[in-house]
Design a protein around this ligand. Structure first.
Ligand SMILES: [Mn+2]
Length: 497
């Protein structure tokens, strides 16, 4: 609601004049707010009951008037302000001022000072938009400074440790590394190179594989140099660092006695028993990603951030916090915002929509070719596959075919028979049926939800069988006919589509 000038008793002097800020009460807090505002004096009007103060303010070319801030009459002479600061040290006067202002100017933004904890709620209940309790503000800021100070100290400590080393530093990510682990390793490598002035050679090492297409696209597009960890490489490293895992043997296959020099992780190190103390250990469970911790180090150390590293770290934070939605702190958001201008956005977009691998395309092709549809159920045998990630993707894709309400795709790898089911028939709980159909197979794990389920049968002794395709049919055929019986599919030829 905007009052017109005519509805208010505006003094001739103030008529038609706009003020942006009204300050009621101007002691030392008020003075400091004036300084922070750095606004032109014409935009600010100050009212205080202390004549001496008002004289001082006028000497400094402020617009200031003597008055009782709790008196509703003073407002009648004023144009509508955009923001009202109520900053006196008088608790009751501040409360009355909030009430009067809220009544006279429903749209004004009110920032009021609380004198004690009780008046904090009272001021808010009476219409203050922001309540400042100076003691609390100072306490918060003290804790904030402390957190930043610790981060800064840790960054310096890591830097000086690295500067004293020469030789080879192996940076080990967790097993089957994800973008958080990989980007953290890249950032640590940047710090090590700068700190050691080239005396340290860094090697990024990993175990397992980088299976997911998005992660592979990440490594390929950013041209990240990573090596498979072997005993030989391990022996060549003078120092070892672990990123995104909290110790040897934890989310990696290193023997627990492996001497690690540096550990940086966002998982808690509490309860982790070590035979030795790493020279540098940072485990910060309040961080959403290890990449976030390393981004903060790069900032604290004022190191130049190159596009690839920034893109990788940004993507790492994004991935570990489920697109900035889970386990994210304001510090993580701040770090991501810091990286964004340095990151290659076009590249980020490509990584997020990776193209399919050759094998995935082949498996999808086979799944389409070999499909058999019976009464809305689609079955497809994709035979032998190297990467079993392609099987659920094929089941996803085939569910989109017209007339298909449930899709089941199965195949065999060197170690397992794998089946993935997808379902959009609301009458069927595919997870429950799978469990029932496959429960009796020794060693098998089956189950899932109403709309998606999986089955995995370890081959164990049969893994040596040469003809995998034949083995697959031998195992899966009786299972599938059991499944069909359970869901009531009649025998006979498929109605292929
Ligand atoms: Mn992580």
């Amino acid at each position: 609601m905007v009052e017109t000038d005519g509805t208010q008793a505006v003094s001739p002097k103030n008529k038609n004049k706009q003020i942006k800020y009204l300050m009621l009460g101007c002691g030392s807090l008020g003075y400091n707010v004036l300084e922070e505002l750095s606004e032109s004096n014409e935009n600010i009007l100050i009212i205080d009951s202390d004549e001496k103060r008002i004289d001082d303010l006028r000497d400094h070319r402020h617009q200031a008037t003597v008055g009782d801030i709790s008196d509703p009459q003073i407002l009648l002479k004023l144009p509508e302000p955009e923001v009202v600061f109520i900053l006196s040290s008088d608790k009751d006067a501040n409360l009355s001022a909030v009430q009067n202002i809220r009544k006279a100017y429903p749209n004004a933004n009110i920032i009021a000072r609380a004198v004690d904890l009780f008046s904090t709620d009272q001021l808010a209940d009476n219409g203050a938009d922001v309540v400042l309790y100076p003691q609390k503000v100072v306490a918060k800021s003290a804790v904030n400074h402390m957190t930043n100070l610790i981060a800064s100290r840790n960054a310096q400590r890591l830097y000086s440790l690295l500067s004293s080393w020469s030789g080879t530093l192996g940076i080990i990510t967790h097993k089957n590394p994800d973008p958080d682990a990989i980007s953290s390793a890249m950032a640590l490598s940047v710090i090590a190179n700068d700190a050691s002035n080239g005396k340290l050679t860094t090697r990024i090492l990993y175990e397992g594989n980088i299976g997911h297409q998005e992660n592979r696209a990440f490594v390929n597009l950013l041209e990240i140099k990573m090596e498979h960890l072997t005993k030989e490489i391990l022996a060549e490293c003078n120092y070892l660092a672990l990123v995104d895992c909290v110790g040897p043997g934890m989310n990696n296959d290193l023997p627990p006695s492996t001497k690690i020099n540096i550990i940086v992780d966002h998982h808690s190190a509490e309860g982790v028993v070590r035979e030795y103390k790493p020279e540098f250990l940072e485990s910060r469970p309040d961080a959403g990603a290890t990449a976030s911790i390393l981004t903060q180090y790069l900032q604290e150390l004022y190191l130049p951030i190159d596009t690839k590293v920034a893109t990788a770290l940004f993507y790492g934070i994004r991935a570990d916090t489920h697109e900035f939605q889970r386990n994210i702190s304001s510090q993580d958001l701040y770090n991501a915002a810091f990286l964004l201008p340095h990151a290659d956005r076009a590249l980020l977009e490509i990584i997020m929509a990776p193209s399919l691998s050759q094998e995935t395309i082949e498996v999808l092709g086979t799944a389409i070719m070999n499909r058999e549809v019976r009464q809305g159920y689609l079955f497809s045998n994709v035979g032998y596959v190297r990467n079993r990630d392609a099987i659920p993707q094929a089941a996803d894709m085939l569910l989109t075919l017209e007339g298909v309400t449930t899709s089941m795709v199965y195949g065999i790898t060197d170690t397992h028979i794998t089946l993935s089911a997808r379902n959009k028939d609301i009458r069927l709980h595919v997870g429950d049926v799978m469990k029932e159909a496959f429960a009796k197979i020794p060693g098998a794990s089956a189950g899932g939800h109403a709309t998606m389920a999986a089955l995995s049968i370890p081959l164990n002794a049969f893994s040596l069988v040469k003809d995998k395709e034949e083995l697959l049919s031998m195992v899966i055929d009786p299972i599938l006919s059991n499944f069909m019986k359970l869901v009531g599919i009649s025998d006979g030829e498929g109605d292929e589509i």
